[in-house]
Design a binder for this molecule. Structure first.
Ligand SMILES: NC(=O)c1ccc[n+]([C@@H]2O[C@H](COP(=O)([O-])OP(=O)(O)OC[C@H]3O[C@@H](n4cnc5c(N)ncnc54)[C@H](O)[C@@H]3O)[C@@H](O)[C@H]2O)c1
Ligand SMILES: [Zn+2]
Ligand SMILES: [Zn+2]
Length: 438
């Protein structure tokens, strides 16, 4: 099978590796979508030390059952499924208590460290124990399902300190995880959710997802604003989703006496703590790691629309573009949120791109246009009018994205998706939709 192999740090290549076979109790999954996680990026350059090459990374995935190991009765071939990123043993004291995220024998898919090596899902197939697999409802696309892991992380963090319905909460960091925590808080009926970030485009997304107030954390007055908005006493709960010294400090400074700080971010190995403040104000510090049993709820919340993940998907690209896509995430390209790689046939990308476009996140539309360009060329019988079509598309493109966007459009044509273009026009309700809807 084909797999995206990290053969050395910062070098990914498509390699032919043996297709794994499911052992008793395991399932062979044909991977349809697998998201690039921040931890994969920290593994890619070797900084985390948890992706020692050679390794196939990837743990945020979904697909269909392609093979069933002996003794597995709950699943059969072609079932649409996702799976936990944590492979837990199911038998240790923690697992028996339901704290599977703390399993003594915990392994994470796509991780190789000094303790273990476990192939991940940036490949056509992956093998996982059936106990970590969940069935997907039909209305949940594979690309959305690839974000379930992050949603489960957010639900777990929120579950650790329930907020009273009339309570308030602060989320520090409006990245992937922070925005999902915000939505998880809203889904848990928390009426007032403040979100702080230093990136204004992320704050825009926070507003879109229902933040009561989105605060620019680079403003020296932001802490005063938080306290003011809480009525002076401080927030009931602060959930930290960045993982730096200063943001942990903000979270602690923002909560009221007796309040709770949930620590989710962990990019820094250590931070300093205002010990006396924590003790005398009786602040509870609570770490939150991965998830423990939140997948079914996460599936329910996405399929009901209570939590939206489509706007967080910036791009869906074939596995073959893995190296290039990793480099772009690694380079912290602006407006990039989740990139989903597809080892199998291309997925329809339009829905996510439309959502991103509505939020005016600039790179996404260029891909729509790129696809359209390709589609126009490939449509049989269109050759004679291609120059006209190109001219029209170019004019539209230039108006929306400017000259550089137009250039991007020309180079970005990677896959044919005419329906995508039509869909985009219909959403935009442009009269041109009539012309193009042949
Ligand atoms: N505990 C867990 O189970 C778990 C799971 C996944 C991720 N994480 C951690 O959660 C954190 C966030 O992950 P992510 O994927 O959302 O990352 P991300 O890079 O998408 O988001 C981080 C956000 O923090 C913001 N930020 C940076 N400095 C800031 C500051 N000084 N003040 C306010 N905001 C600031 C950035 O602008 C960005 O929006 C990371 O530390 C990651 O390791 C933890
Ligand atoms: Zn992850
Ligand atoms: Zn266990």
């Amino acid at each position: 099978m084909k797999a995206l192999l990290l053969s050395k740090y910062r070098h990914l290549e498509i390699a032919d590796v043996p297709t794994p076979a499911p052992a008793p109790g395991e399932l062979l999954i044909r991977v349809a979508a697998c998201g690039i996680c921040g931890s994969d990026v920290h593994g890619y350059d070797g900084s985390s030390g948890r992706r020692i090459p050679p390794i196939v990374m990837g743990h945020e995935a979904a697909g269909t059952v392609a093979g069933v190991g002996a003794g597995v009765a709950e699943f059969s071939k072609d079932d649409r499924v996702t799976f936990d990123s944590t492979v837990y043993c199911g038998a240790c004291a923690f697992c028996l208590r339901g704290e599977v995220n703390l399993c003594d024998y915990r392994q994470v898919l796509g991780v190789s460290c000094s303790d273990y090596r476990r192939a991940g899902a940036f490949a056509e197939y992956v093998v996982v124990p059936a106990r970590i697999v969940y069935r997907l409802p039909d209305n949940l696309s594979f690309a959305e399902a690839a974000l379930l892991e992050a949603v489960a992380v957010a639900l777990h963090a929120v579950s650790l300190t329930p907020v009273a319905p009339d309570g308030n909460a602060l989320v520090v960091g409006a990245g992937m995880i922070g925005l999902l925590i915000l939505q998880a808080l809203r889904a848990a009926d928390c009426k007032r959710v403040l979100v702080a970030d230093i990136d204004k485009s992320r704050l825009k997304l926070a507003e879109y997802f229902g933040a009561t107030e989105a605060l620019w954390a680079a403003d020296p007055d932001s802490l005063d604003q938080i306290l003011q908005l809480s009525g002076g006493a401080g927030m009931d709960v602060a959930i930290e989703a960045v993982g730096k010294n200063e943001t942990v400090g903000v979270a602690i400074d923002s909560v009221r006496k007796g309040g709770s700080v949930i620590l989710v971010g962990n990019i820094s190995p250590e931070v300093t703590l205002p010990l006396q403040k924590i003790v005398t104000r009786q602040i509870r510090l609570q770490g939150s790691c991965a998830s423990a049993g939140e997948y079914p709820r996460a599936i329910e919340l996405i399929s009901s629309g209570a939590i939206q993940v489509k706007p967080l998907i910036t791009a869906i690209a074939p596995l073959g573009e893995g190296q290039q896509r990793f480099e772009r995430v690694y380079a912290r390209e602006p407006h990039l949120m989740k990139v989903v790689l597809t080892p199998g046939p291309a997925l329809r990308t339009m829905d996510s791109l439309i959502s991103a476009d509505r939020l005016r996140l600039s790179p996404a539309p260029a891909e729509v246009w790129g696809n359209t360009w390709h589609a126009l060329w490939r449509k049989p019988g269109l050759t004679w009018c291609s120059p006209v079509a190109i001219a029209i598309v170019y004019c539209l493109l230039k108006r929306r994205l400017g000259r550089s966007g137009a250039a991007q459009f020309l180079w970005n044509s990677t896959s044919a998706n005419l329906r995508a273009f039509r869909g985009w026009l219909q959403v935009r309700k442009r009269p041109l939709a009539i012309w193009i809807s042949w």
